[in-house]
Design a protein around this ligand. Structure first.
Ligand SMILES: [Zn+2]
Length: 373
């Protein structure tokens, strides 16, 4: 072998090694993400997210049919779906999706995000998100039982060797405290009507107040309380992984209170604004945090069944997913492309932080590759 041939062989070796290093473990080389925030908005329909106020639903829920006289119409209606959705979520559309992130799941653009579980209610949806796999054989109800499988939150805590309160979940619905972990206490969880111990007197007072200012539901506290606890925890204990699970959109919908569904969505947008403002101001989180926002299921599409969701109700399997990340260059709405499946979320979160989720669950969905292109 002459010198040139040896040099070529050497070059090929270097190239192949680099290729193997880059793609072999499927991880992001040189990613900026050091922190993860997962946010779920229970049963928030893609119809409202992408189109704002749905006039068909407003008609169906306004007793005297005088829709133009309703507060919801005055506050959120416009002929243009783009303007409508910005009225409902001005920060999400006007700032986040414009300058910092992207959102998949608008069928009108040819984008699809869907559940792989066939049950289309909450626990199966949360479990699919948190474990990366639908287990319709194991999860058949919303009962308060620990997740039958280890979750991505437990995996990340273990792999990064984090303290318990550095992987924290705050939820308005009590069942989430069980769904987030396979082993009790594996991560820090505060859910439903549950006291939160924190040094701030304001937070202590709020923790007491949650038991006095009750919602119409025994198992779901106000999202306002959940959000404030999560923000206090973020500032004091600096978690590397935070899961914020908000729920009022689902419960008001089941109660057919469309006006309250819209108000709840509008509040979520204010939460995002506040969260983002704080993250931007903090050196641990600024430009080092990936935020993934999604929902556990869709719900009906027509005025008769918009309030509900099940295996029998068309559109219950259709969801959406938004990502704000210093490691993803996509902006705005996704168009045509391969459908995204909700069982890919766990592996996607891991990939952002440089971990390979297939180590824990080889059967889990693979990372959503479009986010890393
Ligand atoms: Zn739900």
């Amino acid at each position: 072998m002459n010198l040139n041939a040896r040099l070529n062989l050497f070059k090929r070796f270097i190239y192949l090694s680099a290729l193997l290093f880059h793609f072999g473990n499927g991880l992001v080389a040189g990613g900026k993400t050091e922190n993860l925030i997962l946010i779920t908005l229970d049963g928030l329909r893609y119809q409202e997210l992408f189109g704002g106020l749905d006039l068909g639903v407003l008609k169906a829920t306004t007793k005297d049919k005088n829709i133009t006289g309703t507060k919801s119409y005055k506050q959120f209606w416009d002929n243009s779906p783009q303007v409508r959705r910005e009225k409902l979520m001005p920060f999400f559309w006007g700032k986040w999706m414009k300058d910092h992130g992207s959102v998949a799941g608008n069928p009108k653009k040819g984008s699809s995000v869907r559940l792989s579980n066939r049950l289309h209610f909450s626990y199966p949806g949360y479990s699919e998100i948190l474990t990366g796999q639908a287990r319709d054989d194991l999860i058949t109800s919303n009962k308060k039982v620990l997740n039958p499988n280890p979750t991505v939150l437990e995996f990340i805590r273990d792999k990064l060797n984090l303290k318990q309160n550095e992987v924290a979940a705050f939820a308005s619905w009590d069942v989430i405290g069980f769904a987030v972990q396979h082993e009790a206490g594996a991560i820090f969880a505060n859910s439903g009507y549950e006291a939160y111990v924190h040094p701030s007197p304001d937070i202590q007072r709020l923790s007491q107040l949650q038991f006095e200012m009750l919602t119409p539901w025994d198992t779901v506290r106000h999202d306002e309380v959940t959000f404030k606890f999560a923000m206090a925890h973020l500032k004091s204990y600096r978690p590397r992984v935070l899961y914020l699970s908000l729920g009022e959109t689902d419960d008001w919908a089941h109660d057919k209170r469309y006006d309250r569904v819209l108000s709840a969505i509008s509040r979520f947008d204010s939460f995002f604004n506040e969260l983002w403002g704080w993250l931007q101001s903090d050196s641990q989180y600024n430009n080092k945090t990936t935020i993934l926002i999604t929902t556990d299921h869709g719900r009906g599409d027509i005025p008769l069944n918009w309030h509900s969701h099940s295996a029998q109700i068309k559109d219950s399997k259709n969801t959406w997913l938004a990502v704000v990340s210093p490691d993803s260059l996509l902006r705005g709405e996704w168009g045509d492309g391969a459908p995204v499946v909700m069982n890919q979320i766990a592996a996607t979160l891991c990939k952002f932080i440089g971990l390979d989720y297939s180590e824990q669950n080889p059967k889990a969905g693979k990372p959503i590759i479009q986010l890393f292109e």
